[in-house]
Write a protein that binds this ligand. Structure first.
Ligand code: URP
Ligand code: ZN
Ligand code: ZN
Length: 464
């Protein structure tokens, strides 16, 4: 529900993708109605934001809430995940409605709506992950536009479960091109990985580190190049999800330098976690079992550079939390049974601000671009979301650039018993978070109402 109140944010630094300026911002009925100076006379509520940044609410375009995976279910649902997102300054996200083989696409989307109905607090949309390719499914794809879905995910990995053939990838890209949909690709060579996993089993190599060793960066680099080549042949744009390494990044860079509409995201864990985390004592390495895996730290500077120079357009989280106790331990005796995924929806804005802005890799406008504006443009939400402009939804993050915080599972709101960033000190945190003009978070207090988040029917993507 939109707020009926008039709220004036006075004296902050308003940040959009194109730049930042000092000014006031007026909200009426859940929308931004004006920005500038000396505006909003007679506003009922005045919020002094001097010394603070105002950012458009974060948009996380890659999440897995309430996802059945590997014999269990990711441990944040559409309430706990949304509350955690709001505490971290994220006010919209796009989750993956994943088709179960045998199911129609309509059934998959209906199932995901049921998960969110009555629970949502932030606004949400769905991508459709297609896993079962047949004539009926391919014919159904364009009808998803009517359900507000304008992006699809396909997997080049997870052989025997979700993996797409090149033929189906090509056909899907052509259908998507003709229907104004963007295809997102999980780019890892599933055939090679399948052989390597079998060999690891035969040799009795079952510890968590073999998850990474059986999914080498070459498998990602090859699949990224192949996906882009197939998209070029199909005449379609393409978006590579959760890119982790220099080999894959170089494929995207080469494609973009040739003018191809190739886009890519990375996730904070690939900028902060290192291969050696798989070798930590005991079973600790399971905490970073995700696909693609964490790489060696020499990839980090390449990814930061890619974010700064626009080879990478988006930072998402791939938030897919499984508890260390009771879920990750399903793979105690075999890395291939560890549920794939890690938490991050609450941390994304803080760690990307800290590592990006504080450490001089990009400025606040680029921070807004990769965490909010580009996600909104590429996934058909701009300028309703992703901007602080008259007419945009009043999704506003009041950000204190001086405030410090130590990230910990003891204090985070994600429904998971560990943090990827345990003990990390960040400077720059959200202190108030509004969604459509309603205060969701004020310091440590949550004000969001369960069920108040709305489903976002998305338009076609805008190239960035
Ligand atoms: O390990 C991951 N990333 N789990 C979620 C599924 C996926 O591939 O995105
Ligand atoms: Zn994936
Ligand atoms: Zn994912």
């Amino acid at each position: 529900m939109a707020s009926e109140r008039k709220i004036l944010f006075r004296g902050g630094i308003i940040v959009n993708a194109g730049g930042a300026y000092e000014g006031d911002l007026l909200v009426e009925n859940g929308k931004i109605s004006d920005t500038g100076r000396n505006i909003g006379q007679g506003a009922g509520e005045v919020v002094d934001v001097s010394g603070k940044f105002l950012f458009p609410g974060g948009i996380d375009v890659h999440t897995h809430l309430d996802l059945p995976f590997g014999g269990t279910v990711s441990n944040d649902d559409f309430f706990t995940g949304h509350m955690a997102a709001a505490f971290g300054g994220t006010t919209s996200h796009i989750d993956f409605a994943i088709q179960t083989p045998g199911e129609t696409l309509t059934e998959a989307v209906d199932r995901w709506h049921e998960k969110a109905d009555g629970k949502a607090v932030i606004d949400y949309g769905f991508h459709l992950a297609v896993t079962d390719f047949n004539d009926a499914v391919l014919a159904e794809l364009p009808t998803m536009r009517k359900r507000g879905i304008t992006s699809l995910k396909v997997f080049m990995a997870y052989k025997g479960l979700f993996q797409v053939s090149d033929e189906d990838l090509f056909q899907t890209l052509r259908i998507a091109r003709d229907s104004g949909m963007l295809v997102m690709v999980h780019a890892e060579n599933g055939d090679v990985i399948d052989v390597l996993v079998r060999e690891a089993h035969e040799k009795g190599n079952l510890a968590p580190k073999y998850h990474a060793l059986t999914r080498p960066p070459e498998a990602e680099g090859e699949a990224t190049g192949r996906a882009i080549a197939v998209a070029e042949m199909a005449g379609a744009p393409i978006y590579i999800v959760h890119l982790t390494c220099a080999l894959a990044l170089n494929q995207v860079r080469r494609a973009r330098s040739r003018g191809l509409p190739a886009y890519a995201e990375t996730c904070p864990q690939y900028l902060y976690k290192r291969f050696e985390d798989y070798e930590l004592r005991g079973f600790e390495g399971a905490k970073v079992v995700m696909s693609p895996p964490i790489r060696s730290a020499d990839n980090w500077p390449h990814l930061w550079q890619g974010l700064a120079d626009d080879t990478l357009q988006v930072v998402s989280t791939d938030h897919c939390p499984f508890c260390f106790d009771g879920q990750k331990d399903l793979g105690k005796d075999d890395f291939s049974k560890i549920p794939n995924g890690a938490p991050g929806i609450e941390d994304r804005m803080m760690v990307m601000y800290h590592g990006g802005v504080n450490e001089g890799r990009y400025d606040v406008s680029r921070f807004v671009e990769i965490t909010s504006a580009n996600p909104a443009k590429l996934f058909g939400l701009f300028p309703r979301k992703g901007a602080l402009l008259p007419g945009s939804d009043a999704d506003i993050v009041v950000w204190d650039p001086e405030k410090e915080k130590t990230i910990s599972a003891k204090t985070h709101h994600m429904n998971v018993d560990y943090s990827l960033y345990e003990g990390m000190k960040v400077k720059g945190v959200p202190v108030r978070v509004y969604r459509r003009g309603e205060l969701l978070v004020d310091g440590d207090t949550f004000h969001g109402e369960k069920g108040s988040g709305v489903y976002l029917e998305r338009g076609v993507f805008t190239p960035v």
